[in-house]
Every structure is written in C-alpha cells, then in structure tokens.
Design a protein around this ligand. Structure first.
Ligand SMILES: Nc1ncnc2c1ncn2[C@@H]1O[C@H](COP(=O)(O)OP(=O)(O)O)[C@@H](O)[C@H]1O
Ligand SMILES: [Mg+2]
Length: 331
C-alpha cells in the first residue's frame, strides 16, 4: 500500500515538520510507503491527478487542493469537507449544532467587505445582550489559541471586531483555564489530556504556555468527543472540550491536530493509530475510483463500463420523463 502525505510548502520548519516525520515513521512501522509532498508541487488542472497513491493523508489546510484531489478520485484522510469545516470555527459550530452535539452559544459575525468594514455595529450590542461579558472573540481561522481573545466591555469588543476578517462571538465558560483535548481515531477516543493555562491566562493551549497531564476521560467525555468527530465526519481529529456548568461541551475540532505534545504526554502512539485506521479503511473499501484500482489492461474495460452505466442512467431518466409526459397528456 502506498500513500502520500500533503503538507504546506510555505510553512516549513519546527512544529510544521513534525507531523510528516511522525506519520512517516508510523507508516514505515506498518509496512506502508508514505511520500511527503508539498501542496505547491501538486498544482495541476482540476480533475487531473497530480500524484499516484492509494490514499492521501491531507495535513494541509489548502482546501481547494484537497477538493481537486478528491475530484480526481483520490481518497483523502481527512476529507476536504472535514478540513474545511474544522478550519472555520463558524462552520465547526454549525456542524456540531446540526448533529446536536453539546457546545456553547456562538454567534457568527455578519459578513462585510474589504474596505467597507462594519458601518453598523448594532449586532455587537445584540450579542452583548445575548452573551454578556466577558465575551470570547475568535477569528474563524485561527490556531494555537493565538486568535482567541476575551472582551470585558463594549470598548474592548469594538476594538477586536472590526470586520476585516471572519469572526465568532461566544459565551465564556469559567473553568479555571482548564480544558480537555481528546484524540479520536476511527470513531474511538484513543488518547486524552487535561490542559491547564499558565497563571493569568484563560487559554490552555500548550503554545501559550499551558501544561498537559494525561487524562482518563469519563464515558460522557469520550462519547462527546466521538460525537463531535462524527459530526465533522473526521477520520481522526483532536477535540477540545470545556467543562461547562451543565456538563462537558465541545469548543473546537482540529482536523490536523498537533501530535507531538499529546503523544509524549500520554505515551500513546496516535500517528500509528491514524495509519492503522487508514490501512484498515483503504483495505476494506479500496480506492473510490475504480480506474485507479485496475491494472492497465482492465482500465479501458472499466472506463467503457462506467460510460455504459452513465448512458443507461441517462436512458432511464429520458424514459421516465417520456412516461410522465404521456401520463400528463392522458390526464
Ligand atoms: N468559550 C470559552 N470559554 C472559556 N475558555 C475558552 C472558550 N473558548 C476557548 N477557550 C480557551 O481558549 C483555548 C483556545 O480556543 P480554541 O477555540 O480551541 O481555539 P484554537 O484553535 O486557537 O485552539 C481553549 O483551549 C480554551 O482553553
Ligand atoms: Mg484549540
């Protein structure tokens, strides 16, 4: 079995190189070949396959490329839709709400246009009435806690929400700077840590100085994390959970979660769990595109079969239209 791992070609070095090294080692351990490829080396006409692989581990947020690879018949882990929904915090909360997964009251800020900004800020006062202060203000596209802030009053809120980028407003949960990160792979919670923010900080992210401790999740916490992964249709993900007054709630689902810290903290080899899940899934279903699975001789046969099926389907549709017209004529 041979796969490719797509990474961003412009964010090199440090923590951005780690996932490729960890996933490559995990693949080697399972006897899978995994080539690491940069997104910028895969520019190809839409619908044409720029790489040859049985599967793609997509560790980038280049959603257009992900969609393009899927359009060319490749199976992505995670899917383009999952990465798109996880990358945008407003979309994440929409997916969670649709699936009925407990989360927090979250208001997406209205869309405006570059150079226009928010000429009417009435919606902020509505949000204050709904969510109160302190209020959590997040960029839709942000990570490592860096684009998550607290507004304590209207002046702070207005300074943060300028309309220059998509944002969400969210109710604040007082939990002493603690949260949980639960890794879900193939519908199972495989590892969990409790994170604690450094003193004076409400964000528990390790990048902002938070500390991590191994955590044995309760059944409720595990089920919540798995439900969040299902809501986002994630093959694997890191789910951030806060302990609200009415029980645990999901605040974020990371499709390309940082692996090293949680692996070191728990001693659980998450990269191997991910690769094993991929091997099982690809082995069970094969590639989505039958042409790729076939040897060179069978390829033309399969193409002809696919063409035949399309024609058959078209004929059935035309027949049913004809029947409908005839029955309307009789009526
Ligand atoms: N609504 C909230 N109430 C309290 N703390 C929060 C809330 N939302 C986020 N946090 C804290 O901020 C951290 C970062 O938020 P998160 O939504 O996970 O964004 P990021 O993608 O930057 O990690 C969380 O891990 C948590 O500690
Ligand atoms: Mg987070």
């Amino acid at each position: 079995m041979r796969g490719a791992m797509v990474v961003n070609g412009f964010l090199a070095g440090g923590k951005f190189d780690e996932p490729a090294a960890m996933m490559s080692a995990a693949a080697r351990g399972l006897g899978i070949e995994l080539d690491v490829v940069r997104n910028c080396d895969l520019c190809a006409p839409i619908g044409e396959r720029p790489l040859d692989a049985d599967f793609v581990v997509f560790w980038d947020k280049d959603v257009t490329l992900a969609m393009s690879l899927e359009a060319a018949g490749l199976r992505l882990f995670n899917s383009a839709q999952c990465i798109m929904d996880c990358d945008d915090k407003a979309r994440t909360h929409l997916a969670l709400a649709r699936a009925g997964v407990p989360s927090l009251r979250t208001i997406p800020c209205p869309k405006t246009f570059e150079g226009v900004g928010y000429t009417d800020r009435g919606f902020l006062m509505d949000a204050v009435r709904t969510l109160g202060f302190p209020m959590v203000v997040k960029d839709c596209f942000g990570s490592f806690g860096q684009q998550v802030r607290l507004a304590h009053d209207v002046t702070e809120l207005e300074a943060l929400v300028t309309g220059d980028r998509p944002m969400i407003l969210q109710e604040y949960v007082e939990c002493g700077g603690e949260d949980l990160r639960i890794e879900v792979v193939g519908g199972e919670a495989v590892a969990a840590v409790r994170r604690k923010a450094k003193p004076g900080e409400f964000r528990a992210n390790a990048t902002l100085g938070g500390t991590m401790h191994p955590h044995e999740p309760t059944r409720e916490e595990s089920e919540l994390a798995v439900a969040a992964a299902e809501a986002l249709e994630a093959d694997f993900c890191g789910v951030d959970i806060l302990k609200g007054s009415d029980g645990p709630v999901v605040i974020e689902v990371n499709s390309n979660a940082h692996l090293r810290n949680i692996t070191e903290c728990t001693g659980i080899d998450i990269a191997t769990a991910i690769m094993a899940h991929i091997r099982y899934t690809v082995g069970r279903h094969g590639m989505l595109d039958p042409v790729r699975r076939a040897g060179p001789g069978e390829e033309q046969v399969l193409r002809r079969e696919a063409q035949g099926l399309r024609e058959l389907r078209g004929a059935r549709v035309r027949d049913s239209h004809r029947r409908q017209r005839r029955s309307r004529g009789r009526a």
